[in-house]
Design a protein around this ligand. Structure first.
Ligand code: IMP
Ligand code: MG
Length: 178
């Protein structure tokens, strides 16, 4: 396990993103921040604690159908509780990888009549992108590596690490998941 983004760097960057979001939504009285469970939770909490604009929060949970050879089909396992019609929606994600999950969610949010939809993602694995997704607020661009920590998991492990780490499956000191 190698630390890719230390806790201090996460905190500093999240403070910058929060300041930018606060400025951009200063005139909005209808911001709804939507997190994608479960990976975005740590990032979302730290980001939203720094915002001063009034906002509501809600959550989505998705999963991809079947094998990774047909990743285009995304299933909604938990839908929103709130109506987003006429709202300014800020979707908060841990990582954009192929882009399939985000593409589906962003299309759905627009279809449901949101006034505006923007995406805030902590990590951008740009080299892995298969469908185009516009990231309005981006924390860090990272290489095409499998990362864990700060919400991101490998088989539900490592989410609670306070930093982003690269999981080296060949390393002998990595505890076996499950
Ligand atoms: P996408 O649909 O390929 O963009 O994948 C998005 C989802 O895959 C993210 O929300 C994560 O849950 C998961 N994911 C993608 N890359 C990683 C990674 O490096 N570590 C852990 N989870 C990942
Ligand atoms: Mg995951």
């Amino acid at each position: 396990m190698r630390i890719l983004i230390p806790q201090e760097d996460l905190e500093r960057r999240i403070a910058e993103l929060a300041a930018e979001i606060d400025r951009d939504y200063a005139a909005s009285d209808r911001l709804v921040c939507i997190g994608v469970l479960k990976g975005s939770v740590f990032f979302m909490v730290d980001l939203l604690k720094r915002l001063k604009v009034p906002l509501a929060i809600d959550f989505f949970q998705t999963s991809s159908y079947g094998s990774s050879t047909s990743p285009g089909e995304v299933r909604i396992r938990k839908d929103l509780d709130l109506s987003i019609r006429g709202k300014d929606v800020l979707l908060i994600e841990d990582i954009v990888d192929t882009g399939y999950t985000l593409r589906t969610i962003l299309d759905l949010l627009r279809f449901r009549g949101a006034r505006s939809v923007r995406l805030c993602a902590l990590l951008d694995k740009a080299a892995a992108r298969e469908v185009e997704v516009k990231i309005d607020y981006r924390g860090f661009e990272i290489e095409k590596l499998f990362v864990v920590g700060y919400g991101l998991d490998f088989d539900e492990h490592y989410r609670n690490l306070p930093y982003i780490a690269v999981l080296d499956e060949d390393a002998p000191d990595v505890p076996s998941p499950s």
